[in-house]
Design a protein around this ligand. Structure first.
Ligand code: ATP
Ligand code: MG
Length: 462
């Protein structure tokens, strides 16, 4: 076999260099040179003229292409099957990303143990020793003779170790390396090369790979974007580390919708899919203390009642703090400004802390109204009734804008036994049918909402 050589290629302009340089000599950009295998130097010398092989593929009319039928295999965890689009597709590459310690290895250990009851499964643990994996299996009460463990980081050795396994778990892609490249494991070049290798094995031998991927500080998958292109399915584990509930979200799925989310509960005995998620993002004592409000949040294809809690405290030092958990920092700052300017509620000398219960992340604009309600409730020190919910987008002028899925949200409020819901007046038509089941309070401005939530004598000037 010819010796592989590597070359450093500039990711900006494509210039090649035999050695690593901090600055690309061609385009002048810094830190853009990435190691790659030099195909031209590594491949055996080619014949002068290429002859067309007798087996070369020819274009085929669409009608004559044979349809491949595949049967999805259940992972043993219903929530994961839902996110995957109805089960595991044989021969696919599934990438699971998430913060450190969120439970990626735990989830994949459970899945491999379940799959190993009917198939041969190889768990390649590049980060932990086999005994560590064994300890986790013992804690999760999993045992199987069909589950093979391998503690290996070299890609070529992993490739050789794969025999007739149907499922292979790589934990994690950042810890494996290929000896063809001299750069360190986890570097852009290594991750790209190893992922490419796994893709070739998956597609040629029909093996399903579950690959664990680390995320960067910003929350994106570490490594090149090409890693996500190679994968068939990319899933993200979300949630605060300290909280028990985690959300698994599909970011890309070639075999299903990316609208699905899975809710998991992490316990000492393992990770469980939560199918009955009603009320898990609500606290027992809501409605007793001021500063909290419930909103029907749309996450993936599901609507869940989520409690938003806020706390305001006098600023000890000059600049007031804004500390949101589960909600974007800028959104909180913006809504505070709206309340100050449009409703006359001063926050300039108050620290504001906000928490979406259960560690869920709320990115949609429809949570704005509930955040405003919770903040105003805390500010006025007047609790909001526990059976009152609010949803709607708040604009900079203080207007409440219509949102999507209004019908679904009100339906969820009714299902959960709520008695009153405040929502954008624009959505009134679509939810009118719930009139006899729940008190509908359409609002046009944030000021309106505050007057409706709190008695007139406490009214803030609009
Ligand atoms: N003995 C234990 N009892 C209870 N919970 C445990 C125990 N050991 C680990 N855990 C839980 O499992 C979590 C770690 O899970 P896991 O190792 O699957 O995470 P991970 O996402 O693979 O992390 P990493 O990226 O570091 O590999 C911890 O955050 C902890 O909550
Ligand atoms: Mg792990």
């Amino acid at each position: 076999m010819a010796k592989t050589r590597s070359v450093y290629v500039c990711s900006e302009c494509g210039a090649k260099s035999p050695q690593w340089l901090g600055r690309c000599p061609a385009c002048g950009k810094f830190g853009t040179l990435v190691e790659e295998i030099d195909e031209a130097a590594s491949a055996p010398p080619k014949k002068e003229k290429r002859e067309r092989s007798a087996y070369a593929r020819r274009p085929v009319p669409l009608s004559q292409v044979r349809e491949e039928r595949f049967e999805r295999i259940s992972s043993g965890i219903a929530e994961l099957d839902t996110v995957l689009g109805g089960g595991i597709v044989p021969g696919s590459l599934v990438l699971i990303g998430g913060d450190p310690g969120i439970g990626k290895s735990t989830l994949l250990t459970e899945v491999s143990a379940h799959l190993s009851r009917a198939h041969k499964v190889l768990y390649v643990s590049a980060e932990e020793s086999c005994s560590q994996v064994k300890m986790r299996c013992a804690r999760l009460k999993l045992d199987s003779d069909n589950l093979l463990l391998l503690n290996e980081t070299c890609m070529e050795d992993i490739e050789e170790a794969i025999e007739e396994e149907k499922f292979v778990v790589i934990d994690s892609i950042q810890a494996v390396y290929t000896s063809a490249l001299s750069s360190a494991a986890g570097s852009v070049a290594q991750v790209r090369e190893c992922a490419g290798k796994l893709q070739r094995i998956a597609k040629s031998r029909g093996i399903t790979f579950f690959i664990v991927g680390h995320v960067t500080k910003e929350g994106a998958l570490a490594g090149p974007k090409v890693l996500e292109h190679i994968m068939d399915t990319v899933l993200y584990f979300e949630g605060e580390r300290e909280e028990n509930f985690k959300i698994l979200r599909a970011y890309k799925n070639r075999f299903g919708s990316v609208q699905e989310v899975g809710v998991f509960e992490m316990t000492g005995e393992g990770i469980y899919g939560v199918s009955d998620y009603a009320g898990i993002f609500l606290s027992e004592s809501r409605g007793e203390a001021a500063g909290s409000c419930v909103t029907p949040a749309e996450t993936g294809n599901r609507c869940m009642m989520v409690e938003i809690q806020t706390l305001t405290a006098k600023t000890a030092f000059g600049l007031p703090r804004r500390m949101p958990l589960g909600v974007d920092y800028n959104k909180l700052a913006l809504l505070i400004a709206v309340l100050e300017k449009r409703c006359g509620l001063p926050f300039y000398n108050l620290d504001v802390y906000l928490n979406a219960m259960g560690g869920i992340r709320l990115n949609e604009p429809a949570v704005d109204l509930a955040i405003c309600a919770a903040l105003a409730s805390g500010h006025k020190n007047r609790p909001i009734d526990k059976y009152t919910a609010a949803f709607g987008e708040v604009g900079l002028t203080g207007e409440v804008r219509g949102v999507t899925f209004a019908e679904k949200r009100v339906n969820e409020c009714v299902k959960m036994g709520f008695k009153r819901v405040l929502f954008p007046a624009k959505n009134f038509k679509s939810v009118k049918k719930f009139e006899d089941k729940i008190e509908l309070v359409p609002v046009q401005y944030v000021g309106n909402m505050l007057r409706k939530l709190f008695p007139p004598e406490e009214r803030a000037d609009d």
